[in-house]
Ligand binder design. Sequence first.
Ligand SMILES: Nc1ncnc2c1ncn2[C@@H]1O[C@H](COP(=O)(O)OP(=O)(O)OP(=O)(O)O)[C@@H](O)[C@H]1O
Length: 237
Amino acid sequence: MSAAVDLAAVSVRRGATPIVHELSAHIAEASWFGVIGANGSGKTTLLRAVAGRLPIASGSCAIFGEETSRDRDARASAIGFAPPIERLPASLTARELLALAGDDPAIQLERNNALWEALGIGDLLAVQAGQCSSGMKQRAALALAFARPTRIAILDEPFNWLDPVAAFDTRAALAVLVEEGLTLITALHDLTTLCGFCEAGLVMTKGRVSLALDTPTLRAGREDAAGFERDLVAALR
Ligand SMILES: Nc1ncnc2c1ncn2[C@@H]1O[C@H](COP(=O)(O)OP(=O)(O)OP(=O)(O)O)[C@@H](O)[C@H]1O
């Protein structure tokens, strides 16, 4: 399958510190790609760099075949990205945030109806971010990744803070978007979502790929969830 995002020997620094080291990954179009790893292994750093929020120090990052490693703006405009909840400006309502990030909210509602329903965005539109709980902020942040039409979305631990119903419904809505052609890249700590929903992925250890997860491995994990969890936890230790 053709690649939506092709990473070759990508390295990323935080300040002067190298965090991601020569990481390569082929992320197929219209698929859900999961990145897992220990706390501090570099998942957020990698995802922020691919989404154009951090520079790529070296290596190649092709988006639909176009090299973008030196062009953060090209990556940021090609990829929908959910901001970290602590960065949402406290004085703005969800409606104002969505309007600033993309299309008129009425157009977003029409385009993203099922996702907005799953996230309960209708109830949040008039609420200022500063008045929101963490889960409410996370709902707004996820909707912000889809404020403009996008073929690729990067969501860093999207189910953090969501209640079980919202997490279940949001995961289902995202899976439908992937079926319809979205390329979805998520950092996850949740092995059930990884093996149940992702077509491929990788395990990061200290900024490197310690294990590539292909479709047969993840499909096998659906059949034997306990065995998959045991093997993956062993790989993560
Ligand atoms: N702003 C920063 N400046 C310097 N170093 C940072 C910064 N943010 C993160 N780091 C360092 O980068 C490394 C990777 O952090 P990162 O947030 O990418 O990990 P992660 O895998 O997403 O972790 P977690 O699972 O805890 O979210 C860590 O050693 C962390 O201390």
